[in-house]
Design a protein around this ligand. Structure first.
Ligand code: F6R
Length: 608
């Protein structure tokens, strides 16, 4: 989704803004632009459709100016054109605005401002903002922005500059993240820390309803009631090295191969061997309430929802607590029943997904505890949840989520162990569960050793137009995840199904041209899945199976076999998702796709 960066300080702004925009590329965008103050009552601006490198080539090397803003746009209102690219301006060209979010009443505002003589040059909702700021500007940008905000309905994170106020940036947040970066005699503003992480790791998170006014030396935050807020800077723990490709051709491959380490970090310090349980420091829940929890409900979107589906099954089967996982975009609008002894989770890699955030707020309004399972420290869901678990995957930059998924699984396995040990799970069973969980990083590492075989299989099948991904039980969500990965980055149509469901419809799709990918663990459902494979083979469908090393019967039955190491069957979601991530990745490479930034997708979906 859209990204914002702003800079004020002693250095030339343009290269810093361009670097910030480059680091925001991963969020997904279709056009980008910058506006830089020239100190002589004018703003210089360059905007381009396409990649940041196109913008960079268009920005004159000699462009001076020590303060400015930049934006990557992911089109919502109006097509992908230069005119719609941010920053947007008032009629004098002196006020520039970069905006994330959606101004819902922009039509009415546009009508009002047009009647007053404003001339609009774009189709965006954003353009009403600089026009409104101009309407109220009387020599004080902060005051004018506050007056303009009073008219806006919807969501925004904005950064505003005025040519006549050198060295000042005003930002405001309502529903779209905005963060101040505090440097040495220089300040930054950004929609996420990536925008300025190479310059500073000291950050100040804004809350909804707050306005910030910054210059090179200081920042001032005021709340909705216009009362000044005293807020200290936090330290961001991500290192610059973590956001480099580190010798890999792209971030997705790097992130897939990082999983033994990232899962290890999610588990780090949380395995309590002495008591055969898990320690989760951030739950913030009274032990009596934890013991009394009678239902766990989980909300999430996309890949995080798939991890949540595994989590819900696990909680139910291992901890014997009724549990379900629901799409946050659905839950939000259906007035769910929130029981007093229910515990909720909001799961989000970015911690900024609008659907999940709004659903979480609705559940909290109804009085429930909502715990967050997030990766991005300081993100809105992490800050607004009542407690939770950071998964510590490190920055996930490829749009398609991989390492965050397996770390979310780790968080659910830990929580399940903790809750099960508070209930009926014996010490010896706790020890077995804990040992299997501790072995996951090594098993994932072994699975990654199958890379070349998976690449060869991907090469063989990458021209197919449709795929089915099939699994049962804990592996049904993994089938959904495998299909999603393939769709996202290769643009091949794929559907994930519960293997037992195929004869209720999808089997009609089976032909020599439609490969099926089956997940076949050694678990209580193995024989059932083998029967499903026979049904597909009988109809001429090619079958790829992800199964257990040494499973000769399976290897002999299918066209292509991808082995994963044997382990406690409840833990196969960790290992079986890995070949599917690699399969999608290699198919996408084979087809020449932009793996890290697939078309139309955004990393952090901050609008509904
Ligand atoms: C899939 C993917 C998306 C996200 C979804 C939720 O690869 O990245 O489906 O999982 O947009 O995002 P978060 O987890 O940030 O809430």
């Amino acid at each position: 989704m859209c990204g914002i960066v702003g800079y004020v300080g002693p250095r030339r702004a343009a290269p810093i803004l361009l670097e910030g925009l480059k680091r925001l590329e991963y969020r997904g965008y279709d056009s980008a632009g910058i506006a830089v103050g020239q100190g002589s009552g004018v703003l210089a601006s360059v905007r381009r459709v396409g990649k940041i490198r196109v913008l960079k080539e268009a920005v004159p090397k000699s462009l001076e100016g020590i303060w400015g803003i930049g934006h990557t746009r992911w089109a919502t209102h109006g097509g992908v054109t230069e005119a719609n690219t941010h920053p947007h301006f008032d009629c004098s060209g002196k006020i520039a605005v970069a905006h994330n979010g959606i101004i819902e009443n922009y039509r009415a505002l546009r009508g009002m401002l047009s009647k007053e003589g404003a001339v609009f040059t774009s189709e965006t909702d954003t353009e009403v903002v600089p026009k409104l700021v101009a309407k109220y500007y009387e020599g004080d940008l902060e005051a004018a922005v506050k007056a303009a905000l009073a008219h806006l309905e919807g969501t925004y994170g904005i950064a505003v500059i005025h040519a006549d106020e050198p060295g000042r940036i005003v930002g405001a947040r309502n529903g779209s993240p905005l963060i101040v970066g505090v440097g040495e005699n220089e300040m930054f503003i950004g929609s996420d820390v990536m925008a300025f992480i190479s310059s500073t790791s000291r950050v100040v998170y804004l809350n909804d309803g707050e306005v910030v006014s910054l210059d090179a030396a200081s920042f001032k935050i005021t709340d909705r009631a216009d009362v000044q807020v005293d807020r200290k800077a936090d330290a961001v723990t991500w290192e610059l090295g973590e956001i480099e490709k580190d010798g890999y051709p792209c971030y997705m491959e790097k992130e897939i191969f990082e999983q033994p380490d990232s899962i290890g970090r999610a588990l780090g310090g949380r395995l309590d061997r002495e008591n055969a349980t898990a320690k989760l420091g951030g739950l913030n829940l009274d032990r009596r309430f934890q013991r009394a929890v009678s239902r766990v409900s989980i909300i999430a979107a996309g890949t995080s929802w798939h991890a949540s589906l595994v989590g819900a099954q696990l909680l139910e089967s291992v901890a014997r607590i009724p549990a379900s996982a629901e799409l946050s975009s659905e839950l939000r609008y259906r007035n769910p029943v929130v029981e007093p002894a229910s515990l909720w989770f909001a799961v989000s890699q970015s911690g900024e997904t609008a659907d999940t955030l709004y659903a979480m707020r609705e559940i909290q309004r109804k009085g429930a505890n909502v715990l967050g399972i997030c990766n991005v420290v300081g993100s809105t869901i992490a800050r607004e949840s009542d407690g939770g678990v950071y998964v510590h995957s490190g920055p996930e930059i490829a749009v398609a989520s991989t390492k965050a998924f397996t770390s979310q699984l780790a968080a659910f396995y830990l929580f399940t162990l903790h809750m099960a040990r508070m209930r009926d799970m014996s010490r010896s069973e706790g020890e077995r569960f804990l040992a299997a969980l501790a072995s996951v990083p090594d098993k994932v590492k072994e699975t990654l050793g199958g890379r070349d075989r998976i690449q060869a299989i991907a090469k063989k099948y990458s021209r197919a137009g449709d795929f089915l991904f099939l699994g049962r039980g804990l592996l049904y969500p993994i089938a959904l995840e495998g299909a999603l990965k393939l769709k996202e980055i290769s643009y091949i149509h794929a559907e994930g199904y519960a293997a037992g469901e195929i004869k209720h419809g999808p089997i009609a799709l089976i032909s020599g041209e439609v490969p099926s990918v089956f997940l076949v663990p050694h678990d209580p459902l193995r024989e059932k899945v083998i029967s499903n494979i026979r049904e597909v083979k009988a109809r001429g469908g090619p079958v790829i199976a992800v199964g257990i090393e040494g499973d000769e019967e399976l290897a002999g039955l299918v066209d292509d076999f991808i082995p994963v190491p044997a382990m406690d069957w409840r833990f196969y979601p960790f290992t079986m998702v890995v070949p599917l991530q690699l399969f999608a990745y290699f198919c996408a490479l084979e087809l020449g796709r932009d793996v890290d930034q697939p078309r139309n997708l955004a990393k952090s979906v901050t609008v509904e």
